[in-house]
Design a protein. Structure first.
Length: 97
């Protein structure tokens, strides 16, 4: 698989990961360095989608499927709204197999 996504720093010391226009949050790190990330809607919508990411920040495994559409924007607790930019479509590039 070895696909890429985007890491986003949030307030505090946490990160989000955007992959295929879905947002993931960190779950835990394995002893050998692999990280497991779960869908932002894991708790609120019982979404089973998870990602395994290697030390280089590449997605090595996609586990489960989302039970919702990708979000288009986020609202912060203080009421600010942010649009999520779509990831570039790499399906038409010659290096994508």
């Amino acid at each position: 698989m070895n696909a890429e996504g985007i890491f986003i720093n949030t307030r505090g010391n946490s990160k989000l990961f955007i992959y295929q226009n879905h947002t993931f949050r960190f779950m835990y790190k394995k002893a050998y360095g692999s990280q497991l990330w779960y869908c932002w809607y894991f708790f609120s919508r019982c979404c089973p989608a998870k990602l395994r990411i290697n030390n280089a920040g590449k997605v090595t495994e996609s586990i489960g499927r989302h039970n919702h559409d990708p979000p288009t924007c986020w609202m912060t607790p203080d009421g600010k709204t942010y649009s999520l930019p779509p990831l570039p479509d790499k399906s038409n590039t010659p290096n994508n197999v």
